[in-house]
Design a binder for this molecule. Structure first.
Ligand SMILES: N[C@@H](CCC(=O)N[C@@H](CS)C(=O)NCC(=O)O)C(=O)O
Length: 321
């Protein structure tokens, strides 16, 4: 299967989480939403998804599925464990209601093309567009979700459901735009419980801002990874392809407890510099080589590598952290 995705897309992030929870491996095909005027609008991609949106999931027989919720329900049917839509009809309806509140009532108002339309044809300033974004995340959005979920610790009790798969990317967006959500304790608790799980946070490219988790992975004494492999890329389509090759090589050769992250180099640097100045220098801001992999043990980072062969060697040579 191929997942057409963009690292920052919250709709694609939902599908990446669901795939991780189900343990389904796919090839990730980057579709850059802002480069080249938006690669989602190019004829080759429009042939896959006429809506010009990511994600899209291409099955091995060439059939293409669109719409994150439809894709996730499909995955839930072909790989029922762990179940994302509960068996009990009443709980299933409530889980779907939360999922739809996010997918239909929050997210579309804040989508890139909507924001661009406000800025372009309607001439709104960036500050006004940001205010719009913040308003619709909270108003009838996450504030309502807070009241719709029972919580403890996930949205609907002890197991993750579709509601969590939808909530975590929306919370990530809220944080990215500094939307105040501290007054939503169940939302925060569910997000924290989820992002402690590998499928939501640690697994490769699940989380669009995974870099700060490098720290968590390194410092977490309960489950220290042997190595942390960071694949930093320049953010353009060619670099993302190069990065996905390095990531595939890392996956093949990494130890099961190793943590893998892939991220845009400059963004990683900026975020790390804010949260941990002592780790930030490990990941140079610009690698200039398209994609570069860093194999780090607990305190040091090996020389950066850019080829699959060198990455394999670095993984073999790195001491157990
Ligand atoms: N309802 C769709 C929404 C998909 C969507 O809006 N994707 C965004 C990224 S999160 C996108 O591709 N935006 C491109 C654009 O606005 O031009 C789904 O759940 O799959």
């Amino acid at each position: 299967m191929k997942l057409y995705t963009y690292f920052r897309s919250s709709a694609a992030y939902r599908v990446r989480i669901a795939l991780n929870l189900k343990g389904i491996e796919v090839e990730q095909v980057p579709v850059h939403l802002t480069q080249d005027g938006g690669q989602q609008r190019m004829p080759a991609y429009l042939a896959k998804n006429p809506q010009a949106l990511v994600p899209a999931l291409e099955l091995d027989d060439g059939a293409v599925l669109t719409q994150s919720l439809a894709i996730i329900e499909y995955l839930d049917q072909i790989r029922p464990a762990p179940r994302l839509i509960p068996a009990d009809p009443l709980t299933a309806a409530r889980v779907r209601a939360v999922a739809l509140a996010i997918a239909c009532d929050i997210h579309p108002l804040n989508n890139l093309r909507v924001l661009n339309y406000l800025k372009g044809p309607f001439g709104r300033s960036q500050a006004e567009v940001d205010a719009w974004y913040r308003h619709w995340i909270l108003e009838g959005g996450l504030q309502a979700v807070e009241r719709l979920i029972p919580g403890a610790p996930f949205c609907f009790g002890a197991a993750t459901t579709l509601a969590d798969v939808m909530l975590v990317p929306q919370v990530a967006n809220a944080r990215r735009f500094d939307v105040p959500i501290d007054h939503l304790p169940k939302v925060l608790a569910a997000d924290a419980a989820c992002t402690a799980l590998d499928a939501f946070a640690r697994r490769l490219e699940a989380h669009p801002v995974a870099m700060p988790l490098l720290l968590v992975a390194m410092m977490d004494s309960l489950l220290p990874p042997r190595h942390v492999v960071v694949v930093a890329h320049d953010g353009d389509a060619a670099s993302e392809v190069a990065a996905s090759r390095l990531v595939a090589a890392a996956r093949r050769h990494a130890h099961p407890t190793d943590a893998l992250f892939s991220t845009v180099a400059g963004e990683a640097q900026a975020r790390l510099a804010r949260v941990a100045p002592f780790v930030a220098p490990l990941v140079p801001a610009a690698n200039g080589a398209g994609a570069t992999a860093y194999v780090c043990d607990r305190y040091t980072c090996r020389a950066p590598v850019t080829t699959e062969a060198d990455l394999t060697l670095a993984l073999a040579a790195a001491p157990a952290g």
